[in-house]
Design a binder for this molecule. Sequence first.
Ligand code: PEP
Length: 248
Amino acid sequence: MARKKIVAGNWKMNMTPSQAVALCAQLKDLVVNPDVDVVYCVPAIDIVPVIEAVKGTNVQVGAENMYFEEKGAYTGEISAEMLVDAGVKYVIIGHSERRDYFKEDDALLNKKVKKAISAGLTPILCCGESLEQREMGVTMDWIRFQIKSDLVGVTADQVKDIVIAYEPIWAIGTGKTATTEQAEEVCKGIRECICEMYDEATAAAVRIQYGGSVNAGNAAELFAQPDIDGGLVGGASLKADFGKIVCY
Ligand code: PEP
């Protein structure tokens, strides 16, 4: 069965609640493509107003992070249960900014992935190499390590429904997109890794996005690759161009 494309915006730490609602109104008619699942991953404080603002549209809402514990003394954190209750469907886990600035390691990310799945959220699990790793020729080794560590204890049936985002760190927010060949090569490698860990049917079902300076000009070529099932989009998700990416 063909995999449905999925294009998700990662708003990062942008958009106050009122700006968020205005952006939803601006994008409303631009992001309609029945062949693509459209997701806005938004800052925690924007979740409730954005869910209200996209009611009745084709847009689903995602969080940019969550904690793995159910509740309790974890000041500043948000639980999977809170997200589900608010109407959130997706959650980004392991974005390179969280791995780097907030020191989230693969053991923690594995707990988050399992918690998200058990609560009924779809994780968008990010992986990606640094420029140094690419130049050293260890890109695929590193990504395989991340995927294998982050999916410990996750079953084949669960993996079929998650989204994996391949985001080379050197391409995020830099305007430097991976070439189509580089992006496809790694996304294909991730699918092969899933096949080894699980089976062919699971590998064929899991959706793998490319992320890293995706824009209105390069989306069509990237999304046409056999192993790229859409994109995780940062900067370009905050403007009308996001519509052109969704309707590539
Ligand atoms: C991201 O934040 O996940 C991302 C890919 O950002 P950008 O599109 O701005 O490179």
